[in-house]
Design a protein around this ligand. Sequence first.
Ligand code: FEO
Length: 391
Amino acid sequence: MIRQLVNNIYYVGVNDRQKDLFENMLPLQYGVSYNSYLINDEKTVLVDTVEHPFVEQLINQVTSVLNGKPLDYLIVNHMEPDHSSGIKTLKLLYPDLQIILNAKTADMLNGYYGISDNLYIVKDGDTFSTGSKTLSFHFTPMVHWPEVMMTYVKEDELLFSADAFGCFGALNGAVIDSELDLTVHYNEMVRYYANIVGKYGLPVQNALKKLSGTPIKMICSLHGPVWKDEIAKVVGIYDTLSKYEAEPGVVIVYGSMYGHTEQMAEAVAEGAASITKNVKVYDVSRTNASYILADIFRYKGFICGSPTYCNELYPEINSLLAKIKTRGIKNREFGCFGSFTWAGATLKNFKAFAEEMKWDCVATPEIKQNMTEEQYKELYNLGRVIAEKTI
Ligand code: FEO
C-alpha cells in the first residue's frame, strides 16, 4: 500500500495475512503489517524494509514513488529479520545504496547478510539532511533489541519509532489511525507489548524519557497504524505497560486433566465476579499463552490453579509461569489453588514462584481429588479476596 503521510514522506509497507505464527510462536489472528517508509526528497531514503517474501511488493512501491529516481539511502532502525530480511534483495537492485545505521546494527548486518560495504555509521544524536528535511538518530537500546534506534524528522515532527508503539493486525485499506477501526489494534498492541517487549520495561521508560521533550505530530512504527490523532493514548499505553501498572480485574488460569481443577477455577471465578466484571478465565491448555500474558499485563489480579503432575505443577502451567518470570512482571495480586490425588506438590511450587516474583501470595489448602462444599466456599472466597485487592 502506498500512502503519502506528509510532504515527501510516503508509507510503502505491506500486509502479511498469510503467516500463522509471528516469531514462530505467536498466533496472528488478524495478520500483521511490516511498515516501511520512503522519503522522496533531494536525497531519497527508505526507512526500514519488510520481511523477504514481500520485498518485491516493497520494491514495486518504492520504484513507483521514485518514478525513475534512484534510491540513495536506507536507514536501518531495527535489525530483526521481519524488517531487515529484504535488505539483501534491495541491494541487488540498488548496488550503490548507502545504508545509514549504528555500529551495533552494522555488526548484525554483516552477521546476518554479509553486508559490510557502503555503510554510513551514525552516533546517538547525529543529524542528516535529505535536502528539505533534517533527520536525527536517537538510540533506544533494548526496545526491544540492543541496536534499535529511532529516526526523527524535525520539519514534520515525525518519529520513525522502530517496533515501539507497534501492534499486530494488518492495515485494512488505510494507514493513519483516524481512518481505521482500531479495536483490534489496541488489543493487539497489549499482546504485542506483553510478549515481545514485556521484559524491557526499564528501557522503554528510558526511551519515553528521552523522547519526552520532543514535539511529535506523527509516529511511524514498524507494525500497525501510523499514529497521528491517538499519540497521547498510545504513549500512555506504553507508559502504563512498561511500569507494569494494571487495571482492576482478575485473570484466572488453570490446568486440568479431568475437570476437577477446572471446577475449582469456576468457584474462584464466581467469587471474583461478585466483586468485579473484569474476570478472565483461561484453560491454559486451550488458549495460546500470548493471549493470557496480555491479560496478565492488563489486570492487577492473577489467580492460578494446577493439579499435581509428576510431583510438580501441571506442565502447561509451569510453562506459563516461566514466561511470566522471563518478563519480570511486577506488583500483581497473586492467588493460587491446587489439587492432587495421592500427594500434593502445587502450593510449594506456587509459593516459590510468588517469592521469586516478589509477589504476595494468597493460597487455599490443596484439595485431594474432588472439591467439597466447604472447599467450594474457600475457593469462592479466594476469588473475592484477590478481586478486592485489585480495586
Ligand atoms: Fe518487528 Fe522486533 O521486529
